[in-house]
Design a protein around this ligand. Structure first.
Ligand SMILES: C[S@@+](CC[C@H](N)C(=O)[O-])C[C@H]1O[C@@H](n2cnc3c(N)ncnc32)[C@H](O)[C@@H]1O
Length: 290
């Protein structure tokens, strides 16, 4: 007899936790990035590693450059739309649709978007969106599928696969566990704490996600380990955190909520586990819908 294992789903509690987290900690992202890039940056030769915003914007380009010239692209887990605006600005004729589960992010994204720019934002769960199958020629997810259920993020990949037409391109940029080998000791504790702080089940597991892509009708076209390029912006985290704490706790005498404390702790822990190169890495995955 075969036992059917139910696929992990995004539950109402997950959504509530996510919304609470981003509503509480969302404004603090401005300390990280004036343009509200809610991700790490990409460094390449010639860039000043002290200029964080330029590296964050370079990540936007790196992930979306293959979509320049596409007609319809979807950003799955769009934050307040920094990447969507970056792509729309560079590629006239491309309409970018952002989806986020946090209503406040939709409102902020719309506020931050210049009139007439070809972007729109929708509140919704990226594992079950409102859009018809095959309606996009590109889809990407920057540091957002990590919040999706399971280690293989299958529900997220299935929806990305459904939304893309044949030949459509998918790009995912995120921190990954490199193998399915169970973590032990301090690393396991750090991973657990990062997951708690950022409302995640698990970081995506590279071989599981690659298998998930294939199972959901994709041909994997690229697996790029960009860990050391991302490390330059990760190195900013302790300084940004220290400046933030001085300003909030001493300057403004604020009391930080649990969500805001979590938002400070998780990137610090990410920097620590990032040193365990055998277990953790930052990757850009590229795939084509076949
Ligand atoms: C770390 S932020 C990254 C935002 C954006 N991609 C960026 O790089 O600026 C993670 C994003 O994933 C979104 N997210 C998490 N779970 C989601 C879900 N089930 N459906 C839609 N969006 C989700 C959050 O609302 C948030 O916008």
């Amino acid at each position: 007899m075969t036992t059917l294992v139910p696929e992990p789903r995004v539950t109402r509690q997950d959504v509530e936790a996510m919304v609470r987290y981003y509503v509480e900690s969302g404004p603090d992202y401005q300390t990280w990035s004036p343009g509200f890039n809610m991700h790490f940056g990409y460094w390449e030769a010639g860039m000043n590693p002290l200029r964080r915003e330029a590296m964050l914007e370079r990540m936007n380009r790196k992930v979306t450059e293959s979509f320049e010239g596409c007609e319809n692209v979807v950003d799955l887990g769009c934050g307040v739309g920094a990447t969507a605006r970056s792509l729309a600005q560079r590629s006239s004729g491309t309409r970018v649709t952002g989806v986020t589960v946090v209503p406040l992010q939709v409102a902020r994204a719309l506020e931050m978007t210049p009139l007439g720019m070809a972007v729109d934002f929708w509140e919704g769960d990226y594992t079950h969106t409102r859009f018809s199958g095959g309606s996009f020629d590109g889809a990407y997810a920057i540091e957002s599928f990590c919040h999706g259920p399971g280690r293989d993020k299958a529900a997220c990949l299935r929806e990305a696969g459904r939304l893309l037409r044949r030949g459509g391109q998918f790009v995912m940029a995120d921190g990954f566990l490199r193998t399915s080998e169970p973590l032990v000791g301090v690393l396991a504790k750090c991973h657990e704490r990062i997951c708690e702080c950022w409302s995640m089940d698990s970081l995506p597991v590279l071989p599981d996600v690659l298998a998930g892509l294939r199972e959901n009708g994709f041909r994997v076209t690229g697996v790029e380990d960009i860990s050391w390029r991302v490390a330059f912006s990760v190195a900013h985290v302790p300084f940004v955190t220290a400046r933030f704490l001085v300003r909030e706790l001493i300057g403004r005498r604020s009391r930080l909520s649990r969500e805001r404390r979590n938002n400070l702790l998780a990137p610090l822990l990410t920097g620590v586990v990032g040193l365990a190169r055998r277990h953790f890495g930052y990757y850009i995955l590229r795939a084509e819908k076949v």
